[in-house]
Design a binder for this molecule. Structure first.
Ligand SMILES: Cc1cc2nc3c(=O)[nH]c(=O)nc-3n(C[C@H](O)[C@H](O)[C@H](O)COP(=O)(O)OP(=O)(O)OC[C@H]3O[C@@H](n4cnc5c(N)ncnc54)[C@H](O)[C@@H]3O)c2cc1C
Ligand code: SF4
Length: 532
């Protein structure tokens, strides 16, 4: 049997890495079990000329398409938005786009402000020091002074706007709408041994330069130097319970497929908004026949994705194409609730540079914009490096019927039941999407873009996995308390995106990691009582 550890962390992604690093200074015996591998930067597609082809194979962002042995299949047939992730050290930060906004203060108070959903049990200012700590550990670039964003001081200067960003900024100025250089987790200067961005532009399937902050190169090296053990190719099947109703450890399959038991004093789950409810629902016992820590019945419910609309067009001159990191400015013009609109809450825009040539050809041929035959090359020349796009990230409100359950048939390679997603886009979200599309068309017109097209929702857009084990003060209305501790099982904690109460209208990872650091800090302050 494995030696007992003080803290067992399950999942080595964005949140698992942050909580491991923060707890390491307690000198407790800390172990992290991760089902995936370390990814070598030399294996990233950005090292080779076939980098775009690999976006559709071994570096696809859909686990169903990627289908590595380290992935688990997800049944998302009953959802208009499909689940994306990456399973390995770094988790989904290996393939994320590094757009790095924080939730705004209003996002924590939507019930008080707008009478919908619930307020969070904590506010923005509770997290503020942890946002700053995370910015330093991650290496965030940006520009202080955004009037539509909480005051902060990014440690590095922002990414350059380039030709595409400048075109958008000028268009937004014509309309008089808010825009600002975005916070990104891409290093723009040397940072903690990492090299700055050199505009390779292949960020999503991994940055071989090491400029994009995936947690395998930020938190993990520091956590391991501080004594944390990280065991890869270890897929946890279930968390076990002792006779006192406390978590006693986890059963997992090791790299050879052998079943192992890992005893632990405290268990922290960091498997993301789909992997975490899957694991809890798979951990049944006499005390918790419907899944561990699920006396509220809310484990897996209230799944929020962020419905996205993509609105794009083509300019009359080549711009940046896929050169440089894809996202460098945002707009919060329509972020807060406006009673004159027919929806509550709001959305942000992220502005994107173009696509690589192969991706442009594949998408445009599939959509019928790019004909085969005599005109093929001539039409392609009017597209290549000329695409500019806006994506609207709409706040998704929690609804219990949007949920993760266990699929009765589908299993992963170890025979563990897979997650099944049931999700619909709400009327409020549809009205918000419609608004965002109409406004984005005004921006593209102001940018003199032609052949404007819309994708709504972005089908392969389930990259933000939130809300399925929400935090709250009321054990009947939430799964964990205000510092991530399970209401039902006192030595079980959850630190990933599943604890979000609401989704806000921005990308979540900065907030997920700030929350993980805040929970680690809360645990450290209560060390004496943690093991009771
Ligand atoms: C294509 C793409 C683009 C994105 N772009 C952005 C962006 O620009 N900005 C932004 O803020 N966010 C972005 N995201 C989202 C971001 O990556 C996630 O919000 C973040 O990584 C979530 O952190 P997490 O710790 O909750 O989970 P993850 O980072 O997904 O980590 C979970 C880890 O748990 C492991 N795990 C799961 N189950 C088990 C098990 N049973 N046993 C052992 N290990 C297990 C997984 O292998 C994985 O490594 C993007 C995501 C994708 C997929
Ligand atoms: S553009 Fe910058 S961050 Fe993106 S892959 Fe290239 S070097 Fe890395």
């Amino acid at each position: 049997m494995n030696d007992k550890v003080d803290v067992l962390i399950i999942g080595a992604g964005a949140s698992g890495a942050a909580v491991a690093w923060s707890l390491a200074d307690t000198r407790m015996k800390i172990l992290c079990l991760e089902q995936g591998d370390w990814v070598k930067p030399t294996d990233y597609p950005s090292n080779g000329r076939d980098w775009e082809a690999r976006l559709f194979s071994d570096f696809a962002t859909s686990p169903n398409r990627r289908a590595r042995p380290t992935d688990y299949p997800v049944n998302d047939d009953n959802s208009p938005i499909k689940v994306l992730n990456f399973n390995g050290v770094g988790g989904s930060t290996i393939v994320y786009a590094a757009h790095y906004p924080r939730l705004h203060p209003s996002d924590f108070r939507v019930r008080s402000l707008d009478g919908v959903a619930d307020d969070w049990p904590i506010d923005y200012f509770t997290l503020e020091p942890f946002f700053a700590e995370n910015d330093r550990m991650t290496g965030v670039s940006g520009l202080a002074g955004d009037p539509a964003y909480p005051a902060h001081q990014p440690p590095m200067p922002p990414l350059g706007l380039g030709k595409s960003g400048t075109r958008f900024a000028q268009a937004m100025n014509k309309l008089g709408w808010h825009w600002w250089p975005s916070d990104t987790s891409v290093a723009t200067t040397e940072w903690e041994g990492r090299a700055p961005c050199i505009n390779l532009g292949h960020c999503m399937p991994g940055c071989a330069q090491g400029a994009k902050a995936s947690t395998d190169i930020t938190y993990w090296p520091a956590a391991i130097r501080a004594g944390v053990e990280l065991r890869t190719r270890c897929r946890v099947r279930e968390i076990t319970l002792n006779e006192h109703g406390m978590a006693s450890g986890a059963i997992y399959y090791d790299a050879e497929g052998k079943e192992q038991f890992q005893p632990a004093e405290v268990v922290i789950v960091a498997c993301n908004g789909v992997g975490t409810p899957r694991l809890l629902l798979n951990s049944t016992s006499g005390r918790f026949p419907n899944g561990l820590a699920n006396s509220s019945g809310l484990v897996g419910k209230n799944l929020m994705f962020h419905p996205y609309a993509l609105i794009f067009g083509y300019t009359d001159e080549p711009l940046d194409g896929n050169q440089a990191s894809p996202l460098c400015l945002w707009s919060m013009q329509f972020y807060e609730t406006d009673p004159n609109r027919d929806f509550v809450r709001g959305y942000s825009y992220q502005f994107s540079r173009g696509l690589g040539p192969v991706t442009e050809a594949i998408f445009s041929a599939a959509d019928g914009r790019l004909p085969w035959g005599a005109e093929h090359h001539q039409v392609f020349r009017t597209m290549a490096s000329r695409r500019i796009s806006l994506a609207a990230i709409c706040e998704d409100l929690p609804e219990e019927h949007n949920r993760v359950t266990l699929d009765p048939v589908l299993k992963d390679s170890h025979g563990i039941p897979s997650p099944k997603i049931d999700y619909t886009i709400s009327d409020n979200s549809w009205r918000m999407l419609d608004h965002s599309i109409a406004r984005a068309k005004e921006v593209l017109a102001a940018a003199d873009a032609r052949n404007v097209a819309v994708q709504c929702p972005i089908v392969n857009g389930g990259w933000h996995l939130l809300g399925t084990a929400r935090m709250g003060n009321d054990p009947e209305r939430s799964v964990v308390n205000s510092w991530g501790r399970s209401h039902d099982v006192k030595n079980l904690f959850i630190v990933d995106g599943s604890i979000f109460v609401t989704s806000a209208g921005v990308n979540p990872t900065s907030t997920i990691q700030a929350l993980a650091l805040y929970i680690a800090d809360a645990m450290k302050q209560r060390l004496a009582t943690l093991f009771d």
